[in-house]
Design a protein around this ligand. Structure first.
Ligand SMILES: Nc1ncnc2c1ncn2[C@@H]1O[C@H](COP(=O)(O)OP(=O)(O)O)[C@@H](O)[C@H]1O
Ligand SMILES: [Mg+2]
Length: 243
């Protein structure tokens, strides 16, 4: 199937140091693709390169195509407007705005072609906890609620593809699976998702495919079912026992 998002031969350098080398990744419609790997592997560098974000001044080469449009080198707001919605690491929310006010700021896309569209009601019914907290300010929300709010904003913008950078960081294990299961439901309804996770076990529970990134290179890739049995993953990340 033609991918919604395809990145080929991505190289990223920060000054003289190479952060990503020869990374190619493809996100087909209606699939959840996980990128997993240890801290410092280059996961955020990869999603930031796709979304046109730069922390520092990375030099990015390769090709990134979103639904037939070449987007590498474009401004991040333009890439977001084209439908690549990025929820960065760190769950940033507006501390002084309530949940309702924050969601009211999001504009739906002008060109709705190929977009996955969600109403405010739909988004709040996905996250009942956020609905309960709708009059609270961003600064009063827990880590999990901030993450739900950040995902909700991305959904209201009508994504073609959703990029999630470590949504599970700082969340209690029960909340991690709750959040990932909601995301999985969106994927089952057709939304393509790229999920970055340090927690490989959680990623393998929900994703269709997994790419393992180590030191800036893809060292393994396959369907989640086969990656659960993959020797390198079992030994290094799943505690040695292939449940
Ligand atoms: N702005 C930057 N300037 C220089 N080096 C960076 C910058 N951001 C990340 N790096 C380096 O790139 C590598 C990958 O980092 P990152 O993409 O954040 O990894 P991950 O998200 O997998 O934890 C690390 O070695 C990190 O030190
Ligand atoms: Mg990261």
């Amino acid at each position: 199937m033609k991918p919604m998002l395809a990145a080929e031969d991505i190289h990223v350098r920060y000054g003289g140091s190479i952060a990503l080398e020869k990374v190619s990744i493809s996100i087909p419609p209606g699939r959840m693709i996980a990128v997993a790997g240890p801290n410092g592997a280059g996961k955020s560098t990869l999603v930031n390169a796709l979304a046109g974000w730069s922390r520092g001044s990375p030099r990015v080469t390769g090709s990134v195509v979103l639904d037939g449009f070449s987007i590498l080198g474009q401004q991040p707001h333009r890439i977001a407007n084209l439908g690549l919605q990025h929820v960065p690491e760190g769950k940033n929310v507006f501390a002084e705005l309530t949940v309702t006010e924050t969601l009211a700021l999001v504009r739906e896309p002008l060109d709705k072609e190929g977009r996955h569209l969600y109403s405010r009601e739909q988004v709040l019914s996905l996250f009942p906890r956020l609905h309960e907290r709708r009059s609270h300010k961003g600064g009063q929300l827990s880590g999990g609620e901030r993450q739900m709010l950040a995902v909700s904003r991305a959904l209201l913008a009508g994504p073609k593809v959703l990029l999630l950078d470590e949504p599970s960081v700082g969340l209690a294990p029960r909340l991690i699976m709750e959040l990932l299961i909601v995301i999985r439901r969106l994927v089952d309804d057709g939304l393509p998702v790229l999920l970055v996770e340090q927690n490989i076990r959680a990623a393998l529970e929900v994703a269709d495919e997994l790419y393992l990134l180590e030191r800036g290179r893809i060292v393994a890739h396959g369907e989640a079912a086969s990656m659960r049995q993959h020797e390198m993953i079992v030994n290094a990340y799943l505690g040695g026992a292939s449940h």
